[in-house]
Design a protein around this ligand. Structure first.
Ligand code: HEM
Length: 241
């Protein structure tokens, strides 16, 4: 028998997520190719190869700038048209944190994922806390910890990118551009570090496959939702009463 499914993502939010992921992959690959300084470049063959594919450094830079503009522009349009229905509720959700409950979730979930349930029981007994992993809402606190820098880091990356583009037409001063370059690099690096964990947690980690499937179908099985996002399931059920 097929398990009961609960609606989790709209078609538009699924589209925006994969649009974002596609843009990120392209921007990371082309951005890495723009670093031609051998002291900074871990893959020295990559810039050479990309320049051959794109027909030179200028075209590579143009492709990176166009993709960045499409990415930032896409989110600007989405943000304007879906501000009330999607954006505000998403921001409210990722900033809603219960320090005690979510702190304990980070500790218990971290131990369970690395050492297993048995060790979680032993460690919890030793240190006097409950081995029960606290219930979570639509997103667990780990997802929130990634989502906040992903959203605001994205804005910083877009803004610093725009400053760099403006500098090419003489509309941004040298000092501002130097800062923009530094901030662009650091922010991409920080979000990328979180992204590695996000991709692992969202698609590879044991038990997380229903979340990955939901990013295509829009629904999750009820038993998965109850296990991972019980507070959200309770909310959905209460709103139907
Ligand atoms: C290509 C690799 C990616 C995969 C496999 C992936 C997978 C997923 C999945 C399965 C979810 C849904 C989680 C749920 O319903 O509970 C999700 C949500 C999300 N993704 Fe991705 N994603 C990828 C790339 C990205 C990128 C590049 C970003 C932004 C830099 C991003 C940002 C987010 C955010 C903000 C959410 C909502 C909160 C969260 O679940 O962390 N994702 N992703």
């Amino acid at each position: 028998m097929t398990p009961t499914q609960i609606h989790r993502h709209t078609r538009l939010s699924i589209f925006m997520h994969w649009f974002n992921a596609g843009c990120w992959i392209f921007l990371l690959l082309t951005g890495l190719g723009l670093i031609q300084n051998n002291d900074l470049q871990p893959f020295t063959a990559w810039p050479v190869m990309l320049r051959q594919i794109f027909g030179g450094g200028a075209n590579l830079l143009l492709a990176h700038e166009i993709a960045g503009s499409v990415w930032a522009g896409g989110f600007l349009i989405y943000g304007i048209f879906r501000l009330k229905s999607d954006v505000i509720s998403f921001i409210r959700e990722i900033f809603t944190v219960d320090l005690k409950r979510d702190g304990l979730w980070l500790v218990t979930k971290g131990i369970q994922m690395t050492l297993g349930y048995k060790m979680l029981g032993i460690i919890a007994g030793k240190f006097g806390f409950s081995p029960r992993i606290p219930d979570q809402g639509f997103y667990n606190v780990g997802q929130k910890i990634f989502a906040i820098p992903a959203v605001f880091g994205g804005m910083v990356i877009a803004a610093s990118g725009i400053i760099m583009i403006l500098s090419q037409v003489g509309m941004a001063g040298n000092e501002l551009v130097q800062w923009a370059i530094l901030i662009h690099f650091i922010t991409v690096g920080l979000v990328f570090a979180g992204l590695l964990i996000h991709v692992f947690m969202a698609s590879i980690a044991a038990g997380e496959q229903p979340a990955f499937v939901s990013m295509f179908t829009g629904t999750v099985p009820e038993d998965y939702a109850l296990h991972h996002h019980k507070l959200w399931v309770d909310e959905v059920k209460n709103s139907k009463r």
